[in-house]
Design a protein around this ligand. Structure first.
Ligand SMILES: [Cu+2]
Length: 132
């Protein structure tokens, strides 16, 4: 019964807003404009794989009036996954960096969403398919 519940929670959703908008992350950075700022996410090493230590880097332009630490939430669209947040520390004026791991989902789904938890930034998110 518990296993059935877990598998139900982890079933891949079909809603269009859950589709990947940042599969370029496997070869280079993803950039989007949110509230007059260019927000760039890059993950190394590439391609992005499960269960490996990953370095997440966020670049903001402009980067005025922002905190020294940003939290990056890692989740799967439409699923209740365990809390997984990367603490990103400001490395220089416009770059934040932190390390984290993307776990393997029991459902076999590989679509993950990285959301910068920042109301002043508009909580921008990037959705991408993890390789293997
Ligand atoms: Cu999942």
């Amino acid at each position: 019964m518990a296993l059935l519940a877990m598998m139900t929670l982890c079933s891949p959703p079909a809603r269009p807003e859950t589709s990947a908008d940042c599969n370029a992350i496997n070869t280079g950075p993803c950039t989007k404009q949110v509230r007059q700022r260019m927000v760039t996410l890059e993950i190394d090493p590439k391609p992005v794989r499960h269960m490996a230590e990953l370095t997440f880097r966020v670049t903001l332009d402009p980067c005025t009036e922002l905190p020294s630490i940003l939290l990056l939430d890692l989740g799967m669209p439409g699923m209740m996954m365990g809390k997984n947040q990367v603490t990103m520390v400001r490395k220089n004026s416009c770059n934040w960096e932190g390390k984290g791991i993307i776990v393997r989902c029991m459902s076999g789904g590989k679509t993950w969403r990285a959301t910068i938890l920042s109301p002043e930034l508009g909580n921008p998110s990037f959705t991408f398919d993890v390789r293997d």
